[in-house]
Design a protein around this ligand. Structure first.
Ligand code: CAA
Length: 387
């Protein structure tokens, strides 16, 4: 039975900061951000967008095409959780009217958590033929104003439907995993921004790539030339480019060219949105699907990395007619219609969104019609509404 990705929804908030503006404000050479880090713009979540509202929006994109009678599982992966106890997925379930009979929960292992959800969903579908699973990764990456990590922030969500006979990507059997208990990036309960050992995290990411990529090729009897493209977790696009450079080492020019072209296409959304933690890898998969020219049967590699740290490499094959399931025009419009914030406005928006919410509060939203948003809090219960 083939199991894989049947739908992909994508959401990012309606505000961004341009990296050239940010570089000028921080006294940096813009090329450090544009080339050295590899980012053009960074999405900014105001106080009306949190992990839940972004996850609802990404899922709403394809909901009308889901057979709800056969939906059995909903997993929400995030490291921007809004509650220490209750799952974010319950808010999504209520907002979108998903069936009460589904199993639903939230999971965490930094940016690896959406991959963990994907693997759990695949096993679920294998064990429950004709049933599907919905998985959501939704995050706001926050390091703080004027920190080295600031340029690698972002906000957004990816939602996917996993089922048999998928319309977009059929996952191949097997994976290679690698984990170690390390402190490259983490966020203790009393912190609203991440703590990070930036240069160490960069080195560890590459070590973990080496620990999973070559062993995957060996386990599956594959060569680098067998991949049409490889997608990476992109905390910033230069990070993925470093892993990509390891992958293509020693390959002939045609293979290098193909994988490099597809790497650049996979990085397009990330250059515009920034890091969306759990969903970053899948935003790069979506970018390659929508911007590239993949053929049915093409093999795509997935490198997932979550600080702390846990990594996995696996692959999938492009399904005939996949492009009919994609909505590139909708995503293009979402990015084009965003409001450009000056650095001062971004700083105000950032600071406001970090405030702890009082017991009762109401927000209005300037999002587009139809967008779900955080409308406030009543008795410490978050309220979500559709504009
Ligand atoms: N023109 C072109 N390039 C320039 C430049 C210029 N004028 N000035 C500097 N650069 C280049 C540097 O040479 C460097 O390139 P290399 O990495 O190829 O050497 C690059 O710009 C960055 O320069 P620095 O290392 O000096 O930058 P920094 O000290 O300000 O920190 C960072 C960069 C470590 C990525 C920091 O932004 C950070 O801590 N980010 C958050 C952590 C992170 O994203 N880690 C990634 C791995 S962990 C992970 O993947 C999980 C996750 O999602 C968080």
């Amino acid at each position: 039975m083939e199991i894989g990705i049947d739908q992909i929804g994508f959401f990012t908030p309606n505000k961004f900061v341009d990296m050239v503006d940010l570089a000028h404000a921080r006294g940096e050479d813009p090329n450090k951000f544009l080339i050295g880090i590899g980012q053009d713009r960074m999405a900014v979540a105001d106080q009306t967008q949190d992990a839940v509202s972004m996850g609802i929006n990404a899922t709403a994109e394809y909901l009308d095409q889901v057979d709800l009678d056969h939906l059995g599982l909903l997993i929400f992966a995030t490291e921007s959780g809004i509650d220490q106890s209750k799952s974010a997925s319950l808010f999504v379930k209520e907002a979108l009217g998903l069936p009460a009979k589904i199993r639903t929960f939230e999971i965490k292992e930094a940016c690896f958590a959406l991959t963990a959800s994907l693997q759990v969903a695949r096993d679920y579908v294998r064990a429950h033929p004709h049933h599907s699973a919905m998985i959501i990764g939704s995050d706001i990456a926050r390091y703080g104003l004027s920190t080295p990590g600031e340029v690698t922030q972002g906000a957004g969500a990816i939602s996917m439907l996993i089922k048999e006979d998928p319309a977009i990507i059929a996952l191949e059997d097997g994976h290679t995993s690698y984990s170690e208990n390390i402190n490259d990036f983490w966020r203790p309960n009393n912190f609203q921004t991440a703590l990070v050992d930036g240069h160490y995290s960069r080195d560890v990411y590459l070590d973990f790539f080496r620990h999973t990529f070559a062993p995957y090729l060996e386990e599956k009897g594959l060569e680098v030339k067998d991949f049409a493209g490889i997608c990476y977790h992109l905390p910033y696009t230069k990070m993925g480019f470093k892993a990509h450079s390891i992958a293509i080492e020693g390959q002939d020019d045609a293979v290098k060219q193909r994988l490099s072209d597809n790497f650049q296409l996979s990085a397009k959304y990330s250059r515009e949105v920034g890091n969306i933690y759990t969903a970053s890898l899948y935003m790069s998969v979506l970018s390659l699907l929508e911007k590239g020219n993949l053929q049915p049967g093409d093999r795509v590699g997935f490198f997932s990395y979550g600080s702390g740290a846990m990594a996995e490499f696996f692959s999938g094959k492009i399904v005939e007619g996949y492009e009919r399931r994609l909505r590139p025009a909708m995503h293009k419009r979402m990015l084009q219609e965003r409001i450009r914030l000056g650095v001062g406005q971004y700083e105000e928006t950032f600071t406001e969104a970090m405030q702890t919410l009082p017991e009762n509060v109401e927000f209005t939203s300037d999002a587009n019609r139809g967008t779900w948003y955080l409308a406030g809090q009543k008795g410490y219960v978050r309220q979500y509404r559709q504009k």
